[in-house]
Design a protein around this ligand. Sequence first.
Ligand code: NAP
Length: 448
Amino acid sequence: MPELHEKLRDIYDEVLDRNPGESEFHQAVHEVLDSLEPVVTKHPEYTDSAVIRRLCEPERQIIFRVPWVDDDGDVQINRGFRVEFNSALGPYKGGLRFHPSVNIGIVKFLGFEQIFKNALTGLPIGGGKGGSDFDPKGRSEGEVMRFCQSFMTELYRHIGEYTDVPAGDIGVGGREIGYLFGQYKRITNRYESGVLTGKGMSWGGSQVRTEATGYGTVYFVEEILRSRDESFDGKNVVVSGSGNVAIYAIEKVHELGGTVVACSDSSGFVTDEKGIDLDLLKQIKEVDRGRIHEYADKRDSAEFSDKGSVWEVACDIAIPAATQNEIDEDLATKLIKNGCTVVAEGANMPATPEAVKQFAEAEVAYAPGKAANAGGVATSALEMQQNASRDTWDLESTEERLATIMRGIHDRCLQTADEYGQPGNYAAGANIAGFIQVSDAMLALGVI
Ligand code: NAP
């Protein structure tokens, strides 16, 4: 990883000392600090007031036991997490991830990223994240429901529409949000819609929330292309994953005239020279909860592979939408060699620092997750606004607001990058703009 400015290096060393073994969290902190040198040079007050050190320490970290009974009558124990990272701009806001890889370091990396992402939306939301090492894959409906109920039986005392508002992430979609909201309502005897986002349309949800992260990422790419007098027309796109973010990114790419030629899940990837058939993909993934090879089994133009990586498939535009660190230096080099000129992160931190360096050197437009995938949390904030006013907005106006927010984030990243002497560097622009917004609020609120 690149060498940091002296004052920032001390802060990073303290983060390493205080949070041993949390490599993803270290990576996320380093990536932000690496952008801040021109800011601390121009504004020493941010280091003098220890605002950066305070930003690196979560306001509150909750770890709890989640006991539940499986279909065989055996007791299972999982671990639950909620990291309430920063509430300078509003209630903590960020998703819940259910995946066996979840640990405190993963939750802290995601929570840290969320602070800056939420600031970039311009909406009044702080940063947090949570989840569990529970694996919903292969579990029955009853098991998923009992797990969610047990998880909420502890979580409910920490959240609330003015305190902390969780949503979905990997392994947590509409089904899980439903069970979580049901249990919250039962325990508290309050129909407090604004306590969770990603709800179903008939019980307090917002139009476009399901689609928002994927659509928003593609709107961001559209702006990058527009700034180069290009469009999606005739472009081949590779999207990793086949979950919530991936599916709706594919949908919007196709609507805007591009062709998604490959997607994946954790068992392998499929290529389809005719373009991914979205109805078939949705049936397999959203309805049957199946595996990606089933797509190739059912479509003549498609091939499945469980060898190599989806990032070896040639494309003009790459949209990683699966998980962290899925593109390393080697895969980045392959993407560039195959002609990829835009990388927009639907997932959080899917490119390693070495991969990002490759993109910069090859002048690939690289849009970091905290900017490119902010459409999901932005629409969650719109869902909170609708809940607070007991209102429901229509599809067109909600989607237009999402598009406007994404265009605004794009422009803000570019303007800030320009202002701090790094034209075209979306990552620097996103980190600096998000940082200044949160830090100014923290300075105003005093040492708390
Ligand atoms: P999801 O619906 O659970 O889908 C995740 C997809 O990624 C699945 O296809 C999954 O494959 C694949 N995947 C997960 N872990 C993997 C691994 N270790 N290796 C290979 N593939 C893996 O989750 P999602 O909501 O789309 O989230 C995807 C990414 O977007 C995450 O980084 C998340 O933090 C980020 N994000 C999500 C939102 C949102 O609103 N949902 C907002 C902002 C950012 P399997 O099914 O085989 O595991």
